[in-house]
Design a protein around this ligand. Structure first.
Ligand SMILES: Nc1ncnc2c1ncn2[C@@H]1O[C@H](COP(=O)(O)OP(=O)(O)OP(=O)(O)O)[C@@H](O)[C@H]1O
Length: 563
């Protein structure tokens, strides 16, 4: 909020003025009905009436500007907060995302932020207004009749304490409800994102049941909380109104005049209302503090060292040589499960190296380590002989491109998806890249060409087309090191040939690491690294490895032929 302090202070000032003006209201109403003014009836009434009107007009004008100012400050603050949180979030290391469910995280953040919105626009103002009314009101009352005020105050503070205590208790409940709602939202988000799987497994009813359980749980807790809220509100009504009756009774008993009593009662109502409101505001503020703590927790997570890369410093330009030296690794989320053990290998610049091995052997993990999504636990990874931790992270990643097995496209157009490889690419460059990726032929057949919308996550394209878009993206990125995770799902032979051909072209003139499933790729590789259970078990060319009679590579390759 700091950058907008001037507007905020002005809003505060208006708030002070309009709230203080509100304090004059009961006094003026008392004057209005004062029989003391009977001799100069019209004069007296007119003056009080006019003053009242003036106070009301002044109050309404100040309130208007106060609200406008507060809303402005809030909106600007929240936009800044959203941007800060998002830019922090997106820079967090993979470790963070392994530990949380994304749906929960995003709904948590959005609910926490809307809570803050309410606080900044209304709760804070209410809080201050009520404090002014309570303190100002009490001072005026003390001047009017300290005995009666003392009597009233003997009742109110006790109720205030009870109300605050009660409010705190209710807050616990709303937190639980919020958590349950977030959990049920996770079901919605996950299943809508994976709608294809839900339908394919005919699991609609299963998901409906899962959602029902979650939402019913939220409702149950909500309803339980409702009882307490109801009791809270009854307590306030009984307490406040009971106190009022007592105050009037006492006022009459000590012989107060009617106009003074009217003012007194009105002040008491103001104070009573504000005290009740304060308890409510207090719970809201507590909730906002909770929300702020959540957000701060996220902000406290250490970021990856991500920087904006325009040009790569000459000393950080990779030549393409990679060495793994005695690398050991386990995922941060599962420290007791060793994934890679003592893995060492060399890849020379411009070599094509294939990683093969049974499922779960650790091939994708090696790719994650190359991208430095995680750091090794033991050993080191060197690029051109230099420890990867000494190369600026973003410059390192910028020089690599990954064509994953499961291509992820964004919901926009083909052009937007291609530009992900090079944000400032011109349409000509895109066309050239698409040609190299054997993608131009099908793109050009779409009536809108590069501006064709691919549908959410590329759903309107075929598997082979999506892969070729991913290849074109990598062509545009023109990386020093290319990482390919070959698709295991079979494409038809025509499409397969187009994809393979595009990949072959892409691999030329750069270091390529391929998680290989196809024989064609493996045969052409300069070196094949065979992994099993996180260790390198064989290493060599196709001809060398196929010669090892009881070797794992030989067995895998026999199996592929047999199928
Ligand atoms: N994020 C993760 N957190 C914890 N363990 C993981 C994580 N990702 C993978 N693993 C574990 O690491 C091991 C190696 O997985 P990896 O994905 O590297 O295998 P892979 O050789 O690529 O297998 P596939 O050919 O089936 O893709 C597996 O036992 C897997 O359960």
């Amino acid at each position: 909020m700091k950058p907008f302090w001037a507007e905020f202070t002005l809003g505060m000032l208006f708030l002070l003025v309009s709230s203080s003006a509100g304090l004059a209201f009961p006094q003026l109403l008392g004057d209005l009905v004062d029989p003391k003014n009977h001799d100069v009836l019209f004069q007296g009434m007119n003056r009080a009436g006019l003053l009242l009107v003036a106070v009301l007009v002044g109050q309404s004008i100040f309130s208007f500007f106060r609200i406008v100012l507060f809303v402005n400050v809030t909106e600007k603050t929240l936009a800044a907060l959203r941007q800060t949180i998002y830019s922090h979030l997106i820079k967090l290391p993979m470790k963070f995302f392994l530990e949380r469910r994304v749906g929960e995280l995003s709904s948590r953040i959005s609910s926490d932020i809307s809570l803050l919105q309410e606080t900044f626009t209304t709760t804070l103002a209410e809080f201050i207004r009520q404090i002014i009314l309570v303190i100002g009101g009490i001072i005026i009352l003390l001047i009017t009749s300290w005995q009666l005020t003392a009597f009233m105050l003997a009742i109110f503070p006790i109720m205030m304490v009870i109300a605050v205590f009660f409010g705190k208790f209710i807050r616990e409940f709303s937190k639980e409800v919020q958590e349950e709602v977030a959990a049920s939202n996770t079901v919605v988000e996950e299943t809508l994102q994976g709608i294809l799987n839900v339908k394919a497994f005919a699991n609609e009813y299963f998901e409906i049941a899962r959602y029902r359980v979650r939402t019913n749980a939220a409702a149950r807790i909500g309803m339980k909380g409702g009882k307490f809220r109801g009791a809270f509100s009854s307590f306030i009504i009984l307490g406040i109104f009971g106190a009022l009756v007592a105050v009037i009774w006492r006022g009459v008993a000590i012989g107060m005049t009617t106009p003074s009593l009217i003012s007194f009662v009105l002040y008491s109502v103001f104070i009573g209302g504000s005290v009740a409101g304060l308890a409510e505001v207090y719970t809201n503020l507590q909730r906002s503090i909770g929300a702020t703590e959540h957000l701060l927790e996220i902000l406290d997570e250490p970021e990856e060292d991500i920087t904006e890369v325009h040009t790569i410093a000459p000393e950080n330009q990779l030549d393409g040589q990679i060495s793994f030296r005695n690398l050991s690794f386990h995922y941060p989320s599962r420290p007791d499960l060793q994934i890679l053990q003592d893995v060492s290998f060399e890849v020379y610049a411009d070599q094509k190296v294939a990683l093969v091995g049974p499922s779960g052997a650790g091939k994708s993990t090696i790719v994650s380590l190359l991208l430095r999504l995680y750091d090794g636990v033991g050993g080191e990874i060197l690029f051109d002989g230099r420890d990867n931790r000494t190369i600026p992270l973003s410059e390192l990643r910028t020089q690599m491109a990954v064509v994953p097995q499961d291509v992820f496209l964004f919901g926009g157009t083909i052009a937007e998806n291609l530009a992900y490889g090079k944000p400032d690419a011109t349409p000509e460059e895109m066309e050239e890249a698409a040609r190299k990726a054997n993608a131009w032929e099908f793109i050009q057949r779409f009536p809108l060409g590069l501006n064709t919308v691919v549908g959410e996550r590329g759903i309107q394209l075929s598997g082979g087309q999506r892969q070729r878009i991913a290849i074109a993206r990598a062509v545009l990125k023109n990386p020093r090191i290319l990482i390919l995770d070959e698709a295991t799902s079979a494409l038809d032979s025509e499409s397969e040939k187009l994809v393979q051909d595009a990949l072959d072209k892409l691999m030329e003139g750069r270091t390529s690491i391929v998680i290989a499933h196809r024989l064609a790729t493996v045969r052409k590789a300069d070196k094949i690294i065979v992994l099993d259970k996180g260790r390198i078990v064989e290493e060599g060319t196709h001809a060398e490895l196929i010669g090892l009679d009881s070797g794992l590579y030989r067995m895998l390759s026999d199996m592929q032929f047999a199928s």
